[in-house]
Design a protein around this ligand. Sequence first.
Ligand SMILES: O=C(O)c1ccccc1NCC(=O)[C@H](O)[C@H](O)COP(=O)(O)O
Length: 270
Amino acid sequence: MFMLNEIIANKRLEVEDKKRLRPLEDLQGKLREARPVRDFYHALNLPGISLIAEIKKKSPSKGEFPVQIAAAELAHLYCQNGARAISVLADEKFFGGGAHVVERVANDPGVHLPVMYKEFIIDPYQIYEARSIGADAVLLIVRSIGDKGTLAEMIGTVHNLGMQALVECFTADDAAIAVEAGARIIGVNNRDLQTFEVDLKRSEEIRSVIPEGALTVSESGLKTPADALEAQQRGFDAILVGEALLKSEDLTKSIRGFAGLEIAEQQSNR
Ligand SMILES: O=C(O)c1ccccc1NCC(=O)[C@H](O)[C@H](O)COP(=O)(O)O
């Protein structure tokens, strides 16, 4: 997990800087002013496959994305074309995002969907930051957090603030830790973060150890609406898609395709 280790080492430095500039007590004082929480769990827990559409400028595996649209405008397109939630990268160095980008999208009057603060969370400070800027959900990566007790505490903090956590796993062992720590929404990352290889089938094995009752998300490397359909057939409730949307030549069609709207239209025209 070389890449993940590098990202986490950098994140530790960034969080220490943030704490110096703005102590936790300051953030906590701002929580009452944050916009009300939109329900991420209920947004995903609907019939059909739920699309969590991602906003990022670049990624370690794919470099810069060609999309020229500003984050808020992209979010509007996601809202208007069938996505059920939006994931916004808060990491600046590796993904070209930032807390200010999450804040802009989450507080935009044209955005009605729940917004996830997609960050490499290693410290509860980041969870308070997410809520103070208006986010509705956060990503917690089992590997980045380390032990089950700390993960359970972080999930507790997220829930106490009214938000939801998408808890990300790479292996069946990670998934067992997530379940025991009280995760309600569990994501399986299809991308190996050492080799960047994607294997959509791997997620099927991991899916099978997650009990009914938790919502499941297939993350990374989905290329076409057919992959979305396959994820649904494997028992996933939702998909997290970035690259395939951000590289698409017809963004509207692509969002609608992953959201399952194109199939629904074809069926109703028969
Ligand atoms: O995407 C990467 O290169 C990456 C590298 C190291 C850590 C995390 C990484 N991706 C984070 C993600 O979770 C993806 O942004 C997300 O699942 C969407 O994936 P995709 O549809 O393949 O852009």
